[in-house]
Write a protein that binds this ligand. Structure first.
Ligand code: ADP
Ligand code: MG
Length: 351
């Protein structure tokens, strides 16, 4: 009944959009299953302001479903979803059009590329650059704040039963309105509680950030069960397979890239992945192999993670592990002593 009332109230009050309401602007991205544009609303005066439009192929149906679910269950985790609809008048055949609020100009990938990182993020979070001493402690606090926000968003998704499967800096956006990081791009996400777990054959998980297990559920798991059965069964399957830990591995690699400037480029990350594989995905073994002849920059990364008795390194090694079940959960990570000390003051106040 509640769901019925909610749907009814939404139908009356929630703005809906059509193709003609939208004026397309600059192209922001192009993936295998859609093109993303910045856009604005043609005439409708709206509080929604600047928006982002994704024109997706038929696989967009899953992305609409995921965004609707997030909107109801954990809205703060992801970019604000406004509306999605099937647009059949396009020349290329049916497309799904998805609309979000324009959250801001910078993804974490953009911010990581700057020589100023992580101070450029501090400036965005706090509004103006504070005239405080800069040093490793301070860098660590900023990175800690970003990690807390990312894990907070992931915990929201995972508690809802959604695994993202494409967590990477390009899919983490800085929301200028809330001054926090949010997750975007639910195109590869799986909703295990209702059995929506659809990845087309031609979709490849991003190898730069993917955990070593290729499939999120073991191959013994019956595929795509019908909805009522899945609702009853999937909490058990979730416990058995811990599919959420796939995202944790990816988030661990983001943590690594924040701590080590020399691992921020694609080629360096790919090389790191090769080295880690050779060490059987054992970060401690990797450290032993590279530390003796490490560059100053690499050594500085270890030094940062070694602050406060090595609590950052401890968290990192709990996230990046070969076996999914040995990785910490998002909730577990948020309770990790790494986050005991406050990050940036404004943020602990806002959250
Ligand atoms: P894909 O990776 O499939 O092309 P994304 O959903 O990741 O699609 O969007 C592509 C890019 O568009 C993002 O990397 C980001 O730069 C930008 N973008 C997506 N959603 C938003 C949003 N809500 N606000 C601002 N920029 C966005
Ligand atoms: Mg993306």
């Amino acid at each position: 009944f509640d769901m019925f009332v909610l749907a009814f109230v939404e139908k009356i009050f929630r703005p809906t959009y059509r193709k003609d309401d939208l004026v397309l602007g600059k192209k922001l991205g192009e993936g295998s299953f859609g093109v993303v544009y910045r856009a604005s609303l043609a005439k409708k005066p709206s509080k929604d302001g600047e928006i982002v439009l994704k024109r997706a192929t038929e696989y967009g149906a899953v992305e609409v479903w995921m965004n609707e679910r997030v909107r109801r269950a954990c809205a703060n985790s992801c970019a604000d979803f406004l509306y999605g609809f099937l647009e059949s008048s396009s020349k290329k055949g049916a497309e799904y059009w998805l609309i979000w609020r324009f959250e801001g100009v910078a993804t974490l990938a953009d911010l990581l590329q700057s020589k100023e990182f992580p101070y450029n993020v501090e400036a965005m979070i706090l509004g103006e650059v504070q005239d405080l001493p800069k040093g490793m402690e301070r860098e660590n606090r900023i990175i800690q704040t970003i990690m807390r926000q990312l894990l907070f968003a992931l915990d929201g998704l995972h508690s809802t039963g959604i695994v993202h499967r494409d967590i990477k800096p390009q899919n983490v956006i800085f929301s200028e309105g809330s001054r926090t990081f949010k997750i975007i791009d639910l195109g590869a996400a799986a909703d295990l509680r209702v059995g929506i777990n659809y990845i087309p054959k031609e979709f490849l998980l991003d190898p730069r950030y993917a955990a070593p297990e290729q499939y999120i559920m073991s191959t013994q798991t019956p595929s795509a069960p019908s909805a009522p059965v899945a609702t009853a069964l999937s909490p058990v399957l979730w416990q058995l397979n811990l599919p959420d830990r796939f995202d944790i591995y990816s988030a661990g690699l983001i943590f690594l890239q924040m701590a080590f400037p020399s691992l921020r480029s694609d080629s360096a990350l790919i090389q790191f992945n090769r080295q880690l594989k050779r060490c059987n995905y054992d970060l401690v073994a990797w450290r032993k192999s590279v530390e003796p002849r490490a560059s100053l920059e690499l050594r500085r990364g270890f030094e940062l993670l070694d602050l406060d008795g090595g609590i950052g390194w401890e968290l990192l090694t709990s996230m990046v592990r070969y076996k999914a079940r040995q990785r910490i959960s998002a909730k577990g990570a948020l309770a990790h002593p790494y986050f005991d000390r406050e990050g940036l003051l404004v943020l602990s106040f806002m959250q």
